[in-house]
Design a protein around this ligand. Structure first.
Ligand code: ARG
Length: 294
């Protein structure tokens, strides 16, 4: 089946990315802790999504998210970084609860490892990164959200750990994936105009057919858009989740960032999916941006 062949390609992309990172041989998309603005989801646990990055503008709260894709680069949405100077942006990695609290309640059967991971996390004081360069997609159109994708280069290389890993990129020729499900995680609001979450939350979202998505949303659904959201039960990203990855396990259960949280009409309405930038369309652009030395 086609999917098997393209699974190999995911590996390939991982391997390509290995060439320009100082990664440990474990590679992308793997989480050390394998026990197993989000609407309708649940609190995650430390180390489950170790590529999640929290974005801060100078002296403000977390406002967007991203996904670590190399030891130096974070994938995000263009609308998160298009109007900001690199010097005004800070990124925190290895975060679970942005206020430094333990997850409450601690995940079942996982109390010790959650605690150990979080202690490692908070002991790791050096998890705040400044930004050297922001590359917004050259054809990004704020009005239509077309090409809502950007890459941020950190000012220093990341040291991978149990709570900091990078996610794989999907192969460029990924099929539509409709009717499969993916995960989205974030610290964004838990309802439209609701409050944000200091603990990372996650939710599983079914992927829509693009035509059905266009009919539901009305406009601005392109080939480069991926739509996902709960049809029966409310499940969606929301304000503050932007830039974060839509994630799916691929070959060998390695996680790939198949989308970037971009926009939506309100949040969590079963008739209206959330809209994501379809990462597979940009794999080549991402790889060439990451390979630029400066
Ligand atoms: N644009 C929003 C942000 O900046 C993301 C909205 C996603 N909305 C949705 N219903 N999926 O955080």
């Amino acid at each position: 089946m086609a999917f098997i062949a393209l699974s190999d390609l995911v590996y390939l992309v991982c391997l390509i990315s290995l060439q320009f990172t100082a990664a440990k041989p474990d590679g992308c998309g793997i989480r050390a802790n394998t026990q197993t603005r989000i609407v309708g989801g649940e609190i995650s646990y430390p180390g489950k999504w170790p590529w999640m990055a929290a974005f801060y503008r100078s002296n403000s709260n977390q406002y967007c998210a991203g996904a670590l894709i190399s030891d130096r680069h974070v994938l995000t949405a263009a609308h998160c970084v298009a109007a900001i100077q690199p010097s005004k942006l800070q990124i925190r990695l290895g975060e679970f609860d942005l206020s430094g609290r333990l997850p409450v309640p601690l995940p079942e059967n996982n109390n010790n490892s959650a605690r150990a991971l979080l202690e490692e996390n908070s002991a790791f004081q050096n998890n705040i990164y400044n930004v050297e360069k922001i590359t917004v997609h050259q054809q990004y159109e704020p009005r239509s959200h077309l090409h809502d994708i950007a890459i941020v280069r950190l000012n220093r290389p990341v040291e991978f750990s149990t709570v900091i890993q990078r996610i794989c990129l999907p192969p460029p020729s990924l099929p539509s994936l409709e009717d499969r499900t993916a995960f989205v995680a974030g610290w964004g609001t838990t309802a439209f105009l609701g409050s944000t979450s200091s603990s990372l939350r996650e939710v599983e979202v079914p992927i829509w057919n693009n035509q059905a998505c266009l009919e539901a949303i009305g406009k601005n659904v392109f080939d480069t858009t991926l739509c996902a959201g709960g049809r029966i039960k409310s499940a969606d990203a929301c304000q503050g989740d932007s830039g974060g990855p839509l994630m799916m396990p691929m070959v060998d259960d390695r996680w790939a960032a198949i989308g970037v949280v971009s926009w939506g009409i309100r949040c969590g309405e079963p008739t209206k999916p959330g809209l994501y930038t379809r990462t597979s369309h940009y794999t080549d652009w991402i790889l060439s941006t990451v390979q630029q030395r400066t």
